[in-house]
Design a protein around this ligand. Sequence first.
Ligand SMILES: *Cc1c(COP(=O)(O)O)cnc(C)c1O
Length: 376
Amino acid sequence: MKRIPVAGPWITQKEVEYVADAVANAWYDKANIYHERFEKAFADYIGVRYAVSLPSCTSAIHLSLVALGVGPGDEVIVPDITWIASAAPITYVGATPVFADIDPKTWCLSAKSFEECITSRTKAVIVVDLYGGMPDMEAILDIARRHNIAVIEDAAEAIGSEHKGKRAGSFGDTGVFSFHGSKTLTTGEGGMLVTNREDVYHRVLFLRDHGRPPGDKMFWNTEVAYKYKMSSLQAALGLAQLERVEELVARKRQIFQWYQERLDDVPGITLNYEAPGTKNSYWMVTAVIDPDWGLKKEQLMKLMNDYNIDCRPFFHPLSSLPAYQALEQARQAQYRNQVSYQISPYGINLPSALNLTREQVEYVSNVLKSILHSQR
Ligand SMILES: *Cc1c(COP(=O)(O)O)cnc(C)c1O
């Protein structure tokens, strides 16, 4: 039997044609045509003024921190449960990550824990729309405003999600997206930084091209900066995907619904939450198993693997990773972040690739149910 992948894209002839056109024609005076179209269409879709295409979401977070003036001595608050890419750039700029707890329902940053982590050194917060779900955005933005803390919204997993009719990625000083091959909209590797702030926009354009303003023809660098640019082939692929974004998001929601129909009535399984007034784009269908079943995520993944089903572990708390053990902040977080440490050991991401069929979802759901029942 063919292996069921956990993630993967939906590519059509349109994408192939756009990339073929870019490789043939996007040179000389047309070198930037696909970037311009992709960025303009992306900003319109998210509902923001500016979008800058980049090689990854990690570079978008890095540039956000630099552009917002975060540096050595500053603290940046980040949820303990997320991919390490959300937090690693804090270290790149010489600042200190402070790991806050998550909310037990949304699995995103807890507003309460965020507020408790604030000190006089807190300069920014990175809010993550985990697995496509939305945090309590009003409370978080209100706390950030009161304490004069910059907000970076990591919407890498949440293209197409909404909160009160506004799109994910549009809430902070900057919003960042990933187009990695596993994400809902892909360019293979790639990312986007969006903002409504003109000052941040111009600073990012300058920083991502070795410290010179766009259009500089004299190769006159006024700062040592970065080289973070997307290729026109990726921009063409991204534009084609973006023109199909409603279809991509609808398919993710369809896949979630297929799972929900088959797993919702099983006691002791909690699937992704869609808070009232929000739209979840369900990047990864995620099941948290009640500890009463006596199954941790590592065991469960192994058992699913025996049936040729590829799963991923719910993110480990960042503060538990070897990468952060030298940091005093990690030790504090291990005591503080009880929700993160309670949920993480019992969660797995189920196959959520865009090419998944209803029959495959049926199979995965049946396997999961039979594994749980054989535990009894
Ligand atoms: C995928 C992901 C990133 C990083 O994206 P890259 O494009 O691989 O740099 C950042 N944050 C979150 C939450 C992600 O899931």
